[in-house]
Design a protein around this ligand. Structure first.
Ligand code: ADP
Ligand code: UVW
Ligand code: MG
Length: 404
């Protein structure tokens, strides 16, 4: 029997998303999500797709990422799809920061793990969770290839003019301070899927991808290659996010230190965890923010306006970077679901050939779809991302190559 299954683990700072896929025919066998890890209200939702039946839910504290993965392993075993299965070919891990070294999916050995660990300071919310995921999976199946698929990899095609900060070259190089970009598997998958939606080859289209989840980033993709993206050295730069500030004058940090008396660690927590939408209005869930706006809440309305203003600036910037744009595409939790965000982000950009059709925009669907009116010069689209599928594809391709 040849092993054709891949388990994908997408470990975030407080969550794990997972999918088990059979790469022989592309079927999803099981999928799920563990949320609010470390809190009293942790929740595991498991969809037993192949085994059949309703999705199962478990609530109550799941202390850490290791406990989360062990719980996921138990759920898979209950479906007869446990990690001990000989049909499992590999485990694919999303790893957020790959630095300069990792530009391709990589089979994980001790040296690779050590390098991912060295990058923790530049992805403090993400790489530690990814490392725990790798360690736990290795403990459960030491014989199986584990593959790291890096968020940064897709962005390594950025030209130096976009990747470099305008700071002293020697200092920057010594400390590898440059713009790496993140959410790369999503930007890669979605830009390719957008070309398909337009009935064109990826090489023939220029796309602005807006990945709006809890973390959020924009990218400019020319002919299938990333030429600019909004996140930088860390996933803090760029758009307004759920809890992250995105762009802010770096002097804010000097000011808060010298005048505000805050420590660097306090400012780190402030900008990464207490800013963005949550810092502006107390909520980071776009559904709740829209409910509050509908009820007349001015603080929520201002938070929304700031979020949209930043988004619009990036659409304009990447329009200029690309010169010619074939599509602007929305993806991830907010991008796929929040019609008011899509409408507001594109409003007033008719001169750029951009418009949203109200009726098409209000359709709810899991399918990739156009939401621009027929007359619009530039397509506006909603394309659901599938980081797990992209990671599974890359993992399986690499393991197949190593075995042949
Ligand atoms: N129906 C919806 N309407 C508006 N926003 C939504 C909806 N569903 C999800 N979201 C937003 O999507 C976010 C999560 O997006 P997701 O891509 O899953 O993020 P991440 O992978 O960063 O955890 C939530 O915080 C919420 O703001
Ligand atoms: C890199 C990043 O911001 O990831 P996420 O959106 O999963 O937090
Ligand atoms: Mg995400």
């Amino acid at each position: 029997m040849t092993a054709t299954r891949v388990l994908v683990l997408n470990s975030g700072s407080s969550s794990v998303k997972y999918q088990l896929l059979d790469m022989a025919d592309g079927t999803r066998l099981a999928a799920g999500l563990v949320e609010r890890i470390g809190e009293e209200t942790s929740r595991l939702r498991h969809e037993p797709l192949a085994a059949g039946g309703d999705s199962r839910e478990r609530t109550g504290r799941i202390a850490d990422h290791e406990a989360a993965l062990r719980a996921v392993s138990d759920e898979l075993s209950a479906d007869g799809l446990g990690l001990d299965s000989p049909e499992l070919a590999a485990i694919g891990h999303r790893v957020v920061h790959g630095g300069l070294k990792f530009t391709e999916p990589t089979v994980i050995d001790d040296a690779v793990l050590a390098e991912i660990e060295r990058l923790v300071p530049v992805a403090p919310l993400h790489n530690p969770a990814n490392i725990t995921g790798i360690r736990t999976a290795r403990a459960l199946r030491p014989d199986l290839p584990q593959v790291a698929v890096f968020d940064t990899a897709f962005h390594t095609t950025m030209p130096e003019s976009a990747a470099r900060y305008a700071i002293d070259v020697e200092t920057a190089d010594r400390h590898r301070v440059r713009r790496y970009g993140f959410h790369g598997t999503s930007h890669a998958y979605v830009s390719r899927a957008t070309a398909k939606l337009l009935g064109k080859a990826p090489e023939d289209v220029n796309v602005i991808v807006l990945h709006l989840g809890n973390g959020a980033s924009a990218s400019a993709v020319r002919g299938g290659r990333c030429v600019d993206t909004s996140m930088g050295l860390t996933p803090l730069e760029g758009l307004v996010m759920g809890t992250r500030s995105g762009d802010a004058d770096p002097a804010v940090i000097f000011h808060l230190t010298r005048v505000g008396g805050m420590s660097i660690d306090e400012i780190d927590v402030l900008l990464n965890k207490k800013s963005g939408l949550v810092g502006l209005c107390g909520d980071n869930d776009m559904r709740e923010i829209r409910r509050r706006i509908d009820a007349g809440d001015e603080q929520a309305a201002l938070a929304f306006d700031i979020y949209i203003h930043r988004l619009k600036k990036y659409i304009g910037a990447y329009y200029a970077v690309l010169g010619r744009v074939d599509a602007v595409v929305f993806t991830a939790g907010v991008g796929e679901n929040a019609a008011p965000v899509r409408e507001a982000a594109v409003a007033g950009l008719e001169e750029l050939g951009l418009a949203v059709d109200g009726e098409l925009n209000s359709v709810r669907s899991d399918e990739a779809r156009l939401i621009s009116p027929e007359y619009a010069r530039v397509a506006v689209a909603v394309v659901p991302t599938d980081e797990e599928l992209e990671i599974a594809d890359q993992t399986y391709a690499l393991v197949g190559k190593e075995n042949s």
